[in-house]
Design a protein around this ligand. Structure first.
Ligand SMILES: *Cc1c(COP(=O)(O)O)cnc(C)c1O
Length: 469
């Protein structure tokens, strides 16, 4: 499989190189040159497979040429073996024909484990083969950091540095990062906000001289391998609900358009999906595009669903690329306009094409809490605020009651107790068994000023399993 850039100028890469790449050299994002396509009969024959075996069948075409089948199978079995639920991504029924797919049974209790548990293992496999080491520098406002550290903590050939804004992430989220020890794990609290952290990561990719030749790898959702891993659970859910003979719809709490883009790919690979709902919080750039064909940056608002607090959705470029007939020059031009502060609209027929599949809703904090309370009253289930946004959007935007609606349950409610308390749900939430002593564990973290040079100096001092690069 070869991968090409959405902006048309960077060289095509194989899977191994795309795994180790960040942005393409032309500023674009990598996508498969040709998407594999499965027949309905083929998909139907996968019914009842354990999660890791289904994952093997779906992801195999993406890695051919880079990872032999037997090795890939073993990696997938290990990856999904760490999930605390035997079904890995179980479905829970909320209402007639309405389901939540629980994607929070991984080590850090959010769906990001599906991709980052795999990414860590893939990196270690590829790096061992090449005899290379890499450094990861990532910024997090919460969920990504812990999932990335959990995914990479056993990697022999990876040193991971996670920047979070000092005193601006929740205690549970912070402790999920800072209580993991290892000479290749480095938590840095920056005396600044999340944007400052992200800016430092961006600048480190732009000038890597401080790494003295060691390669820098991206773990945010621009990394293709993350998207790839998320395609699997769309098939998994559909197969349990009568697919592919019957089509299924999904409602996806969305920030960077990564998770929902994986659903779009599942459909293009042959899975009958009737409707994909883009569910956002007040940071609604995607909803404004889907409802009114306006892609315009606005100011950032802090909400009760912080993992979706974004101004710009990086993976949206991948959808735009397809909507423009995979014309890289057109995307480069659009993104240039956007960067210069302008927003954009796309031509009417391209927007209409997107709207055949996608609907959207922006959900306020108030409506989020109302939905948590409503679902608790109806079912006794406590939803996390991100998942609640998905449920609200599913109920508002659903096209057909006859088609099963699956809401992606992106996090465990215990990660976001503020929203649950605000919703007036009186049920005490408990941390799962492997995390019960989280609040009393020892923490390790370095506080650094909001200064790029200080951070880069720290990385080069510690980037080789705690020793200088
Ligand atoms: C990251 C995250 C999201 C948003 O996912 P995207 O792929 O960025 O759209 C939603 N919910 C939770 C809990 C998350 O951690």
């Amino acid at each position: 499989m070869r991968y090409i850039s959405t902006r048309g100028k960077a060289p095509a890469l194989n899977f191994e190189d795309v795994l180790l790449a960040g942005l393409a050299s032309d500023g674009g994002l990598y996508v498969p040159e040709n998407l594999p396509r499965f027949t309905v009969e083929e998909i139907a024959s996968w019914a009842g497979l354990p999660y890791h075996e289904l994952a093997f069948r779906i992801m195999r075409p993406f890695v051919t040429g880079s990872i032999p089948d037997a090795d890939f199978k073993k990696i997938l079995e290990e990856t999904y073996g760490v999930f605390a639920h035997n079904a890995v991504a179980p479905l829970r029924q909320l209402n007639g024909n309405e389901w939540v797919m629980e994607l929070f049974h991984g080590p850090t209790l959010a769906f990001k484990d599906f991709a980052l548990q795999l990414l860590g293992r893939l990196l270690d496999y590829v790096l061992a083969k090449r005899g290379e080491r890499v450094v990861i520098i990532g910024a997090t406002s919460g969920d990504t950091g812990s999932a990335a550290i959990e995914g990479c903590k056993h990697c022999e050939n990876v040193d991971i540095f996670i920047l979070h804004p000092h005193q601006r992430v929740s205690e549970v989220q912070r402790r999920q990062m800072t209580t993991l020890f290892g000479d290749n794990i480095h938590n840095i609290a920056i005396e600044g906000n999340f944007d400052d952290c992200q800016e430092m990561v961006k600048n480190s990719f732009a000038d890597q001289s401080f790494l003295k030749g060691t390669r820098l790898v991206a773990v945010n959702s621009i990394n293709w391998a993350r998207i790839m891993a998320q395609i699997v659970y769309y098939f998994h859910a559909a197969l349990q609900l009568g697919g592919p003979a019957r089509s299924v719809s999904f409602s996806v709490p969305t920030g960077n358009f990564g998770d929902i883009f994986a659903g779009y790919l599942a459909r293009n690979m042959g899975l009958p999906i009737n409707q994909l709902i883009v569910a956002t919080n007040r940071n609604d750039i995607l909803h404004r595009f889907m409802s009114g064909n306006q892609y315009v940056k606005e100011t950032l608002h802090a909400t009760l669903s912080p993992s979706m607090d974004i101004m710009v959705s990086s993976n949206f470029e991948r959808l735009l690329f397809d909507l423009h007939g995979r014309n890289g020059a057109a995307i480069a031009e659009l993104m240039d306009t956007f960067k210069q502060g302008g927003g954009f609209s796309v031509e009417q027929e391209r927007w209409t094409e997107a709207r055949k599949l996608f609907d959207s809703l922006a959900v306020s904090d108030e409506a989020t809490c109302e939905t948590i309370a409503e679902v608790f009253a109806q079912t006794g289930e406590v939803l996390d605020p991100h998942t609640a946004i998905g449920v609200k959007a599913a109920r508002e935007c659903r096209r057909s009651l006859d088609i099963p609606m699956v809401v992606l349950g992106t996090a465990h409610p215990v990660k976001f107790p503020d929203a649950v308390v605000k919703a007036g749900v009186g049920k005490a939430l408990e941390l799962p068994a492997h995390l019960t002593d989280l609040l009393s564990r020892e923490e390790k973290c370095t506080v650094l000023p909001n200064d790029l040079k200080a951070v880069q100096a720290f990385v080069s001092q510690h980037g080789n399993r705690g020793k200088p690069l």
